[in-house]
Design a protein around this ligand. Sequence first.
Ligand SMILES: [Zn+2]
Length: 295
Amino acid sequence: MYAVLGETATLIDTGNPGEKSFYQLKSLLKEHKLTFSDFDHMVVTHMHTDHSGGVSLIQEEAGLPVYVHELAEPVITGGETEFNRMNDFFNDFIKQCGADPSVHQHARKYKDETWRDVHYISEGEEVYIGGKPYRVLHVPGHSQTDILLINDLQGFTFVGDHIIPELAVNAFIEPPPPGEKERPAPLIQYRESLRRSRDLQLGKCYSGHGKPFTGHIELIDKRLAQHDARCLQILRLLKQREKNVYEICQEVYPHLKRSIVFLGLSQIQGHLDLMEAQNEVMKEQRDAIFYYRLL
Ligand SMILES: [Zn+2]
């Protein structure tokens, strides 16, 4: 979470759900002689629980309006129906990978939670942070709702989890938007978004995790090269015979167990989407499982 202070005061991200995180943030603010009520609004960089989880408790305490990308709307307003649709999607996805949802799906319980005063933002709009205008860029991939908040005048950017200097960011498989059939191909999206950000002058970057950094171009080049290397590794594994996503995942990430396996499945699937788009592999569905082979 960042506290941006100027003519107005803005919170960027809100920490994990639950009281533990809420009270930790509250006492951190107190060290700076601040309370949640001192802020005018909050901006959520993307809808992952470690960034968006604190919104409802902060609103209960201080009633701050919240700004978030418009693609977050179905989750925010969809209640239990949307929660169940997402759970069903992940259940089917894990089955298609050749894994077992009863072992590998993270058991989640629906928790009724209301966000109030939500302002949906989109690409090209401006949001005021600490009283200064920031340009919004939609950079889907890590999640569907990732945004960059760019301060062109002062030369810095809040990048959320789009770029994290210390770790290679996952591009997570997510369900299609309600009413649509095809799920997004997140790694392909992520690489397109990285290439867009690469061309921009982001200045000093404030990431969702780790220390602020400069030199985003080198970091992005490194990440793109890492994706290419992972694709090559998967190509080599498929030289032996056709494989499903779970089989590849066990070879690439042997240390992942139980529900953590999902992270690996998501990664491998993302790379296979990319390789399929590059005409390197093709898939065939048998008994609800996708098998990939070299083209
Ligand atoms: Zn995230």
